[in-house]
Each structure stands twice: as C-alpha cells, then as structure tokens.
Write a protein that binds this ligand. Structure first.
Ligand code: ADP
Ligand code: TRP
Length: 351
C-alpha cells in the first residue's frame, strides 16, 4: 500500500526496437519491483495514423509478447490492452470538453504527423489551411488531433504519478499536467495528480539509428528489432554507416561513428567502450572490429528476449489470461475515477 503509481504504454504499430527498449521498456522492467505499475498496449492510439484491421490485432499481440519476453512480470505489474478498458473512451469524451482545439493544433507531434499524412515537406507551409481544405479533411482525422487528450486520460484515469517515456513524449506529458490542473481548478477539486516523466537519474536516452541519423524509429527504417534473428541483426550492424576513419590522432568523431559508440555504450562494458575510444583516438581503429563487437553485445541483450518471445507467441491461452487479469485490475481504478469525474461534472442519474 502507498506505493506511487506508474503508468506507461506503447502504441501497437509494429515490433519493438532498441530505441523502444532503452527509451521505455527496460525502464518498465526495472520499475516493477518498487512501484505500483501499469503498462499497456495503446491500440486506440494506433488508429490515429494507421487503421489497419488486418494488422492491429497482430501488432497488439507482438507488444504483449515483447513486454513479457523482456521481463515484465504479470504478478508484479498490471499489463493490459487500452481498448479493454471502456472507461478510457468515456473519460476521453468528457475531458475533451476542457481541451482547446488551438492547443491541440499547436502540439508538435500533431503538426509532424499531419504534415506527413498530407505529404507536406516544408515547415513553413500553412498546415492549418491544408487541413481545413476539403480534400485534406479526409486525411487528418480528429483522433489524431485529440491524441493528447486520449493519452492524458490513460494517465489521469489511473491517477498515475510517474510516466516513464522517451524525450519525444514530454510535450504530451506537459499537456496532461495542464489538463489535470485545468479540470481541478475549474471544478474546485483535487481529482487528478500532475504526473511527471521518470528516468533513473541521467538524461533520457535517445537511441540513434544505424543509418547515421540521430534517432532509431519505426518509420525511419533504421531499426534493430528485439526479435531480429542473429543473421539479420549481424548484417544490419555490419552495414551501419561509418566514414573513412580517423587520419590524425585526437580527431573529432563524425556523427555516424558517434552513433555506433552510443550503441556500444548502451550495450557493452565501460572497458570495451574505452578500448574502442582509445583505438579511435590513436587512429588504430578498424570499424569492422567495432561492428563485430557491437553485434555481439547487442545479441546478448536481444537473443534471450527473442527466444522467450518465440516460446510465448503461440500460447494464446496464456496471453489471454495475462491481459484479462490486467484489464480487470486496470478497470477497477478507472471506473472509480470515471465515477468521480461524472459526479464532479454534474452528470447524475434520474433512476
Ligand atoms: P517509434 O518512434 O519507433 O514509432 P514510439 O513512438 O511508438 O516509437 O515510441 C514508444 C516509446 O519508445 C516512447 O516512450 C518513446 O519515447 C520511446 N522511443 C522510441 N524511439 C526511441 C529512441 N530512438 N530512443 C529512445 N526512446 C525511444
Ligand atoms: N504516446 C505514446 C507514444 O507514442 C504512447 C502512449 C499513449 C502513452 N498513452 C500513453 C505513453 C500514456 C505513456 C502514458 O509512445
């Protein structure tokens, strides 16, 4: 009793990669012993960009299996699927009455995703005009606009205190705090706590891509997936972008090579990292060796996850049991909060 409540989720849009693992999932695993944890699969959020009825269920299943394979323990943490908690969409409707269209339209993730969907490349183009235009109307859905409301409800309906997410989600958390404050002050209540991000000390990690870009991401096509098999994974690492190598002692490290060092720092020991940093500094480094080492160290993290994933993926009965128990627990608190919110807003029954 009295443990702080932790909640986080990942959208069901594919398989998880090293970025998701170091930015989110590995933190979930480390938190489950010390907090009252709820981790879920955001399938409703997946609908805001890629509604695909054939893929959705498989994607949800992938993430349940990846959560479990990476070490989330249903005895310690509540693991559930967002759409199994109908209280969430109901509170989402109610909270939307306190959210401005303007603040949603100014959200960075909305502008990015809307731009992508409309095929707009330049930052300067007036996306509002494009969105309002009849044709484009069809392509940017209202669900995408109200994405932050739904995310806020995921968090507020459980009255969560801590939300472990990557840096890219911080604006959404800021909005969640703003909506909580606004609701509380409008009705003169103290219903929702204001949640904060959580990291174990240090700055939030940003896992780089293998193609020289700053971020590993599903849509960037530069990912190492937790379930990549050994051959595929080695090939990806060996093909990672580098440069022609240092020619002068102490030369600055280029961005693509620094990315490889960042990945090595995440997966390897400090001694190994030092060895390659020193080899870079005195120009004796061979990128082939660095990559072989990196592939080995990544495999040490991912192979056990892959193995466990393969074991449980076919066990529908087990997966069903986990998320059924999770949904029941998640609904307990959610229905209590929803009831309170309805009362506060003046929604009362005649019968
Ligand atoms: P993607 O960017 O691949 O679509 P999501 O947006 O579904 O991934 O992110 C799920 C979680 O993983 C979020 O908490 C996000 O901050 C984290 N995350 C995603 N990519 C990275 C990365 N490259 N480095 C660190 N964290 C990441
Ligand atoms: N928006 C998050 C992402 O893209 C996923 C998410 C939905 C979430 N609801 C949440 C994360 C609530 C934490 C808490 O990664």
């Amino acid at each position: 009793m009295g443990k702080e409540i932790v909640l986080s989720g990942i959208r069901a849009t594919g398989n998880l990669h090293l970025g998701n693992y170091y930015g989110a999932l590995s933190k979930f695993v480390r938190m489950q012993d010390d907090y009252d944890c709820l981790f879920f699969i955001a399938d409703l959020h997946a609908l805001t960009t890629s509604p695909d009825p054939k893929q959705l269920h498989e994607n949800v299943k992938n993430i349940i299996c990846e959560y479990l394979a990476a070490g989330l323990d249903p005895e310690k943490a509540t693991i559930f699927v967002q759409s199994d908690v109908p209280e969430i969409p109901e509170l989402y409707l109610l909270l939307n009455m306190h959210v401005g269209i303007g603040e949603l339209m100014r959200t960075a993730s909305f502008k990015d995703k809307a731009r992508k969907q409309l095929g707009i490349k330049s930052e300067s183009e007036d996306i509002e005009k494009e969105i309002i235009g009849t044709d484009s109307n069809k392509r940017v859905n209202a669900g995408l606009l109200t994405y932050p409301t739904l995310m806020a409800v995921d968090i507020l309906i459980q009255k969560a205190h801590k939300v472990p997410v990557g840096k890219d989600q911080e604006q959404h958390l800021e909005l969640t705090r703003r909506f909580a404050r606004r609701f509380n002050s409008f009705y003169g209540v103290d219903l929702f706590p204001e949640p904060t991000n959580f990291d174990f000390g240090g700055a939030p990690v940003k896992v780089p891509g293998l193609d020289g870009s700053g971020k590993m991401g599903k849509s960037e096509g530069n990912c190492i997936y937790l379930i990549d098999d050994e051959k595929v994974l080695r090939k990806k690492v060996m093909r990672a972008t580098t440069d022609t190598g240092p020619t002068e002692p102490g030369q600055a490290v280029s961005a693509p090579v620094e990315n490889l060092f960042t990945l090595l720092e995440l997966t390897s020991t400090p001694e190994v990292v030092k060895h390659y940093r020193d080899a870079y500094a005195d120009c004796s480094i061979r990128y082939g060796d660095l990559k072989k080492q990196l592939a080995e160290d990544i495999l040490k993290v991912t192979l056990p996850i892959r193995e466990r994933y393969m074991e449980i993926r076919g066990d529908e009965e087990y997966l069903g049991r986990v998320v059924k128990a999770g949904a029941e627990k998640a609904r307990e608190r959610a229905s209590k909060t929803l009831k309170e919110a309805r009362e506060i807003m003046g929604i009362r029954k005649f019968y």
